[in-house]
Design a protein around this ligand. Structure first.
Ligand SMILES: [Zn+2]
Ligand SMILES: [Zn+2]
Length: 118
């Protein structure tokens, strides 16, 4: 199956709807605006590590449904983030992705029973 179809499958799944709702219930405010002391209700759930970076469907599910990879954002911040991701300033993007990946790996590792596979 193509990656595009995999993505569709995830976004159409009831798991995604549940995860998305749960995230918006937990963090109803835009996390980007909150950092700037603005209180705006979130309308989108963004994936910190884009789910397209997954190499297979199982990994894509991991990225899509894992709470630590989610961010509640308002419409404006969400489109800003995606504009930044698509812009040519790849340096900043690479750095942000790197930090997010590291943070994610850490929480991911901590949730595993054994840490011996490092
Ligand atoms: Zn915002
Ligand atoms: Zn997004």
């Amino acid at each position: 199956m193509s990656q595009k179809q995999d993505k569709q499958r995830i976004y159409n799944s009831k798991e995604w709807k549940l995860v998305r709702n749960a995230k918006l219930n937990k963090d109803p405010l835009c996390e980007e605006c909150k950092r700037r002391d603005k209180w705006v209700s979130a309308t989108c759930v963004h994936h910190i590590i884009p789910i397209e970076t997954a190499t297979d469907y199982r990994q894509m599910q991991e990225l899509a449904f894992r709470f630590t990879n989610l961010m509640s954002l308002c419409y404006q911040c969400h489109s800003d983030i995606h504009k930044a991701l698509n812009s040519r300033s790849r340096e900043g993007h690479a750095k942000a992705t790197q930090t997010a990946l590291e943070r994610w790996a850490e929480t991911h590792k901590a949730s595993k029973p054994k840490g011996s596979d490092v």
